[in-house]
Design a protein around this ligand. Structure first.
Ligand SMILES: Nc1ncnc2c1ncn2[C@@H]1O[C@H](COP(=O)(O)OP(=O)(O)OP(=O)(O)O)[C@@H](O)[C@H]1O
Ligand SMILES: [Mg+2]
Length: 223
């Protein structure tokens, strides 16, 4: 199986700042489920950003989906992101859009006809058990419901890679459980590779998950 992500002595820094990540060497194979942990400010979000091309590579190498992230340009990056599903701690739904339209967003961007977008959104909203909220606006939903909409949106375009940054950080136990199950199903049934930043690895994953830990700028490939 080819590697979905490959980092070699990767260094990441914000402009005019000391590097946040000084040395990351790891591989994520197709269909793996990987957790990233580390203290607040250790660089978890920064590492994730590099995986969707939102960080300049300050040194070393990084490839995602076989694409060299050091030289990725506007058009190519845009294309790559169309195949990545991203989930954030604060959901990042579009307030002015209905739940249904939020889920359709990646498909609208990809230029699918409206009936295809509609059908796919209906399928996904059913999958996250929110069909009855299709015409509501994000503000009318609870945090857990909003995150499930964000999950549906992330899955809408059958991504080969799902990147999630503390997706359960603002959720109660019930909604957290739903989100973890959705991620697990995306991994198992949709065969997506999943990379999740979290403070706590839930017990349901106790077996053989992959784990990268960041400490003092170094990414340790624990397992
Ligand atoms: N846009 C930015 N410009 C400069 N420095 C930044 C920027 N964003 C983050 N940093 C710094 O980079 C370091 C790592 O930040 P990052 O957000 O990756 O941490 P994190 O591990 O995700 O933390 P948390 O658990 O609190 O989300 C921190 O010291 C932070 O201050
Ligand atoms: Mg963070």
């Amino acid at each position: 199986m080819p590697n979905v992500i490959e980092a070699k002595r990767l260094k990441l820094a914000y402009p005019r700042h000391e590097p946040v990540i000084t040395d990351a060497t790891f591989r994520v194979a197709t269909r793996e489920f990987v957790f990233i942990t580390g203290a607040s400010g250790s660089g978890k979000s920064t590492l994730l950003k590099s995986m969707y091309g939102a960080m300049e590579i300050a040194g070393g190498e990084l490839s995602v989906g076989g694409i060299d992230m050091r030289s990725i340009s506007g058009g190519k990056l845009y294309k790559l992101r169309r195949h990545i599903g991203i989930v954030f701690q604060d959901y990042k739904l579009i307030k002015e859009w209905t739940v249904e339209k939020n889920v359709m967003l990646p498909l609208i961007i990809a230029g699918f006809p409206k009936d295809v977008c509609r059908a796919q959104a209906a399928k996904l909203l059913n999958h996250v058990k929110l069909s009855h909220k299709a015409d509501k606006f994000p503000m009318e939903l609870s945090g857990g419901e909003q995150q499930r909409v964000a999950m549906a949106r992330a899955l809408a375009h059958n991504p080969f890679l799902i990147l999630a940054d503390e997706p359960t950080g603002n959720l109660d136990d019930y909604s957290s459980q739903v989100v973890w199950e959705l991620l697990e199903r995306a991994n198992e049934e949709l065969e997506a590779t999943v990379v999740v930043v979290t403070h706590h690895i839930p017990e349901m994953f106790s077996a053989d998950y992959r784990h990268l830990m960041i400490e003092n700028g170094v990414v340790y490939d624990i397992r």
